[in-house]
Design a protein around this ligand. Structure first.
Ligand code: DX5
Ligand code: ZN
Length: 217
């Protein structure tokens, strides 16, 4: 498997200085920039929209990995693609037409991701495996940073890794990933780790590089 990628979540960044924060994690060695979009409906929190992705785009050339925790999602896909998202991930639970949403993302020229809540079985992926570039396993219930990793998800990660087989699909894990459990998550089959509170921990940009390195193990 290729080297593990680290995608810091800007959910834990200083929202008043987001451009600077993105430049800081870029410089500190982030592989992707993970953007958590929440609507106060699909999840019990509201964050940012396509306008912010658009505003951040000039601050980095790294992959902008947009995680949509919104329902419905289809009406907003074009806005995020136009804003400069490289990957748009939708939740399998966000609506009845996952296959349609994934096709719509690819038609916009963007890589398509699907995310599963902790209680959602991996079987929902069976008929969309050829429509996705990324599978995102939520290892917390989405909505907030700083929650504890739900260890039942390790089994799911292993199962999805075997479903992926030799397909070119990233397996990303999001929620409660830290320096203590990263090795286990990677051993289970993840190749992209999201971390919000772990990377931005004390808000000191001088520590971001060390925090990112700690996740690589
Ligand atoms: C949670 C978000 C995550 C979150 C991760 O709903 O999708 O990306 O910010 O934050 P930590 O690493 O603090 O669990
Ligand atoms: Zn996320």
């Amino acid at each position: 498997m290729s080297q593990v990628l680290i995608a810091p979540s800007i959910l834990s960044a200083d929202f008043a200085r987001l451009g600077e924060e993105v430049r800081a994690i870029d410089k500190a060695g982030a592989d992707w920039i993970h953007v958590d979009v929440m609507d106060g409906h699909f999840v019990p929190n509201i964050t940012i929209g396509a306008g912010v992705v658009n505003a951040l785009r000039p601050h980095t050339d790294k992959v902008m990995d947009v995680h949509l925790m919104i329902a419905p999602c289809d009406a907003y896909l074009k806005d995020f693609a136009d804003a400069g998202a490289d990957i748009i991930t939708v939740h399998a639970e966000a609506g009845p037409h996952l296959d349609r949403s994934l096709q719509a993302i690819r038609q916009l020229g963007v890589k398509a991701g699907v995310s599963l809540n902790p209680s959602t079985p991996e079987t929902v992926l069976e008929y969309v495996m050829d429509r996705v570039d990324l599978i995102l396993v939520m290892s917390v219930n989405p909505g907030f940073g700083g929650q504890s990793f739900i260890s039942s998800q390790l089994k799911k990660i292993e199962r999805i890794r075997s479903m992926i087989g030799d397909r070119d699909i990233h397996l990303e894990v999001d929620g409660g990933v830290n320096a203590d459990n990263a090795a286990q998550v990677i051993a289970a089959g993840a190749d992209v780790l999201v971390s919000g509170s772990g990377v931005f921990a004390d808000g000191n940009p001088d520590h971001y590089q060390k925090n990112i390195q700690a996740l690589r193990g």
